[in-house]
Ligand binder design. Structure first.
Ligand SMILES: NC(=O)C1=CN([C@@H]2O[C@H](COP(=O)(O)OP(=O)(O)OC[C@H]3O[C@@H](n4cnc5c(N)ncnc54)[C@H](OP(=O)(O)O)[C@@H]3O)[C@@H](O)[C@H]2O)C=CC1
Ligand SMILES: CC(C)CCC[C@@H](C)[C@H]1CC=C2C3=C(CC[C@@]21C)[C@@]1(C)CC[C@H](O)C[C@@H]1CC3
Length: 420
């Protein structure tokens, strides 16, 4: 077939056998359910066994599946609304560029307005925390079925539409990594749509529902719950405000749309990234003002580095002679593009990851030091970013060759100055 002539790339995640794609396809959903069960249990032990194994009657709920379809339908409708800007993606193999609506922040605001009106009209948002298990189960089912449909769709895609990875010929590996780079129906680009909207907005919605349920249980939300909600809303709001930046990430330009990203975007993000708020609902923490102020400061420092680094690179990539970046030192590369070697990108090779990790710490600290569970995100995210950093370095070495080696010599640390 045309599709089987697709490009070949080295296998990520060690191939189809453990600890490869097949293992991750079991491990990711199992971890998500483990976290959901443990967060609401008394001992809340990250490393212990789950308190019990839920039966199918506790997991399967047609109502949860319907809610998911309604949520995806709402977000798809908001995606298709007129956007104030339509951006062009990176150049593809056939030299064309795809178009993407930049209206993610508008979707967040409209979702908030619609839900606000819904709550005023009696929508029981505080019933959501009770439904997390069946909702996560429905999201997992949707992820498997959607990935299968995407895999089938990729069989009729032209070779030029295939991703550099995900076309090994091994069906399990390719199902996991995704074969087609930008599957879309007309203007609805499935990967771009799923990357930021249903999952990230779903995450802050679950957080809010947990805050409302805490208010109902204890009279008012705790300071710790306010902090976790505020920090994570800032993060999601920022991602949607700067939505165009996602078009240059490896998820969009390099990775196919397969089970890894489908499950990651639709299930993993909303149900595991909301872990701190889930933990706080069942394990209230007393947090004094001095400690809360210190945590706010840590989050602000993390955000300052994260935003500063991402904006500096985006400004530079758009226009290297922009006065905000014109004074920075650079290295020329054979591709004609330059690499920054001073400013944020002269401190470490991934300053944005450093800021992101500092924020991850600030999201866990309101949960106290009695349990390891709320620090799961920090541990998982460190592993994700170390792996992501290695993949990015490999791709940069391929793109820039000697110039990249020179950059590595000028800026020897990857993420944490003088440590890593
Ligand atoms: N919360 C979460 O789960 C996740 C969050 N993130 C966050 O998303 C953000 C984006 O991350 P990510 O997509 O990994 O990629 P980055 O924003 O780190 O971009 C990497 C690219 O930047 C360019 N680049 C690297 N060094 C330089 C330099 N010195 N000067 C100029 N350009 C350079 C290269 O591309 P080129 O030269 O082609 O421009 C490289 O491929 C990060 O802040 C990250 O922390 C990411 C993943 C998950
Ligand atoms: C496959 C894993 C198990 C889960 C991966 C989930 C991720 C795809 C998303 C989680 C948070 C994300 C953010 C972005 C893209 C989607 C993911 C990576 C941004 C990088 C997009 C660019 C912005 O500037 C920042 C965003 C932060 C959150």
């Amino acid at each position: 077939t045309m599709a089987s002539q697709g490009p070949r790339a080295p296998l990520e995640f060690g191939g189809p056998l453990a600890p490869g794609a097949a293992a991750l396809m079991l491990l990711l959903p199992a971890t998500m359910f483990h976290l959901l069960l443990v967060a609401r249990s008394g001992p809340a032990r990250l490393l212990g066994p789950p308190p019990y194994l839920p039966g199918l009657e506790e997991l399967w709920s047609p109502r949860a599946l319907l809610l998911w379809f309604a949520w995806l339908g709402l977000q798809a409708a908001l995606y298709l609304l007129p956007a104030h800007k339509v951006a062009e993606g990176q150049e593809l193999k056939d030299k064309s560029r795809l178009q993407y609506p930049i209206n993610g922040f508008q979707a967040l605001v409209l979702t908030a307005l619609l839900l606000g009106l819904g709550v005023l009209a009696g929508l029981p948002l505080d019933a959501l925390p009770e439904m997390l298990l069946p909702l996560a189960f429905a999201a997992t089912l949707i992820a498997f079925i959607f990935s299968l449909l995407l895999y089938l769709k990729s069989q009729v895609a032209p070779a030029s539409a295939l991703a550099p990875g995900g076309n090994s010929g091994n069906p399990i590996y390719d199902f996991f990594m995704g074969r087609e780079l930008n599957p879309r129906i007309h203007f609805l680009d499935f990967k771009y749509f799923c990357e930021l909207r249903p999952g990230l907005i779903g995450w802050v919605l679950i957080n809010l529902a947990l805050l409302m349920q805490e208010a109902e249980l204890r009279g008012s939300p705790s300071l710790a719950m306010w902090l976790v909600n505020g920090f994570q809303l800032l993060y999601v709001g920022d991602a949607l405000w700067y939505e165009e930046a996602v078009l240059t990430t490896m998820d969009i330009t390099h990775d196919g749309f397969g089970f890894m990203l489908v499950f990651g975007d639709l299930a993993w993000v909303p149900f595991t990234y909301s872990l701190q708020a889930q933990f706080l609902l069942h394990h209230p923490q007393a947090l004094g003002l001095p400690m809360a102020s210190a945590i706010c400061l840590i989050n602000a420092v993390g955000y300052y580095i994260f935003r500063g680094a991402n904006s500096q690179k985006n400004t530079f990539r758009k226009n290297p002679s922009d006065p905000r970046v014109a004074d920075l030192k650079t290295i020329s590369t054979a591709t004609g593009r330059q690499l920054l070697v001073s400013g944020w990108w002269g401190m470490v090779r991934h300053p944005n990851y450093l800021g992101d990790l500092i924020m991850a710490l600030a999201w866990s600290l309101p949960c106290g030091a009695s349990h390891l569970l709320p620090y799961f995100y920090l541990l998982y995210f460190t592993a994700l970013l170390v792996h992501r950093e290695a993949r990015d370095e490999r791709q940069c070495l391929q793109k820039y060759g000697l110039a990249w080696r020179e950059y590595c010599q000028c800026v020897p640390y990857r993420i944490v100055p003088y440590i890593y």
